[in-house]
Design a protein around this ligand. Structure first.
Ligand code: ATP
Length: 365
């Protein structure tokens, strides 16, 4: 059992800089929670606070109902994996994995049994005699994981553990870490700036910006129901398109171009609430289709000038301009529009997001 409650955690560093503001979250037993956000948003600070490596300035942390603010990492039953792996170069895989247990004075037979069990789970049984320099990046990563799970931690913390691997290794290790989580059942908190890792691995994701939680939810919730413009833009690659608009008597005028459309027909409540105000219209690149001269039912049709196309293999990116607004579309590789053409694009009404231009909060869901 390891259920973690973080109650209004604030962190102010010695130089007076506040890195985390009122972080309030309940992490369920056995949950795989991913904290994601741009560089400097406070992810690692939060992880180090949970580990007990950083003092909480204000707020409380509980593990299974017990206040742990003043407990050491070891007393908390927490194991942490760092980006650098931190393996001992002069020790072989067996000795690296055994190191913590040896220090704690466990007997040789017990240590050997645990190292062999752990190596089996991680596919390292054939590498126990090798030194870290004789291993691939992915294998080093697995040794670092092994060193942490060998102690059966209640909580497992990982700080960007895949950032030193190449793209292919990252994909493999992603599924391996999920598999290890399934086997160990340790509550896991995983920090990354990579939203693909967050989306593919998490039970729930916490999106942070400038020390504040922006939204907590399942990958599905964050993708389809972003709470604000930041989350909408951060989750999804290529990112969501945003068009600034002004509303007047039910019509939306897209800024920076001559286009307008009947907004009241789509969002009657918002049209009256935001009359004579600005909103931001959002839509994802993959929600758009090219439609030529055809009308597409229940879709907003907008024209844009194509500028550049990128064939990616299974799909293609099309960059286009609506006046001053650059948008990205993701289309089928069999249906790439020519460049420098004025094309019509259809966006289903159900794929439109509306944001308050002042607060940036989502206002249509
Ligand atoms: P990255 O993805 O770049 O690792 P992060 O989201 O993990 O970033 P943190 O390392 O938590 O960010 O840092 C959050 C903020 O706190 C940053 O602005 C950073 O400069 C600042 N910070 C981190 N450690 C200290 C420290 N010891 N003293 C003062 N400020 C710090």
């Amino acid at each position: 059992m390891a259920q973690i409650y973080l109650e209004k955690i604030n962190k102010i560093y010695d130089n007076g800089f506040q890195a985390v503001f009122d972080f309030d979250l309940n992490i369920n037993d056995r949950e795989f929670l991913v904290i994601v956000g741009p560089s400097g948003c406070g992810k690692s600070t939060m992880l180090r606070i949970i580990a007990g490596l950083e003092v909480i300035t204000k707020g409380k942390m509980f593990i299974d109902g017990e206040l742990v603010n003043n407990k050491t990492p070891k007393q908390r039953g927490i194991a942490m994996i760092f980006q650098s792996y931190a393996l001992y170069p002069h020790l072989n895989v067996y000795e690296n994995m055994a190191f913590g247990l040896t220090l704690e004075g466990y007997d040789e037979d017990f240590i050997e049994k645990r190292v062999k069990e752990t190596a089996l789970v991680l596919g390292l049984s054939d590498y126990l005699d090798r030194k870290p320099r004789e291993l691939s990046g992915g294998q080093c990563q697995r040794v670092a994981v092994g060193r942490a799970i060998i102690r059966y931690p209640k909580v497992f913390l990982m700080d960007e553990p895949l950032s030193n691997l190449d793209a292919k290794q990252r994909t493999t290790m992603r599924s391996e870490i999920i598999e290890i989580h399934r086997k160990t059942n340790a509550t896991t908190i995983y920090v990354t700036h990579d939203q693909v890792e967050a989306m593919t691995m998490a039970d729930r994701i916490v999106v942070m910006k400038d020390g504040y939680i922006q939204q907590v939810g399942t990958p599905h919730e964050l993708y389809f129901h972003p709470a604000n413009r930041f989350v909408a833009g951060f989750i999804g690659d290529p990112p969501m398109n945003f068009l600034p608009c002004s509303l007047s008597n039910g019509t939306a005028f897209i800024k920076g171009c001559e286009l307008s459309f009947d907004f009241k027909k789509l969002f009657p409540d918002i049209a009256s609430r935001y009359n004579k105000q600005d909103i931001i219209l959002g839509f994802r690149p993959e929600a758009i289709t090219t439609c030529g001269d055809k009308d597409v039912p229940n879709s907003l049709i907008l024209a844009a000038q194509t500028e550049l196309t990128e064939l990616l293999g299974d799909n293609a990116n099309v960059y286009a301009y609506m006046g001053n607004n650059r948008i990205i579309l993701r289309v089928s590789p069999y249906n790439i529009p020519p460049i420098n053409c004025n094309c019509n694009f259809a966006i289903p009404y159900t794929s439109l997001y509306v944001f308050d231009a002042q607060t940036n909060m989502t206002i249509n869901s």
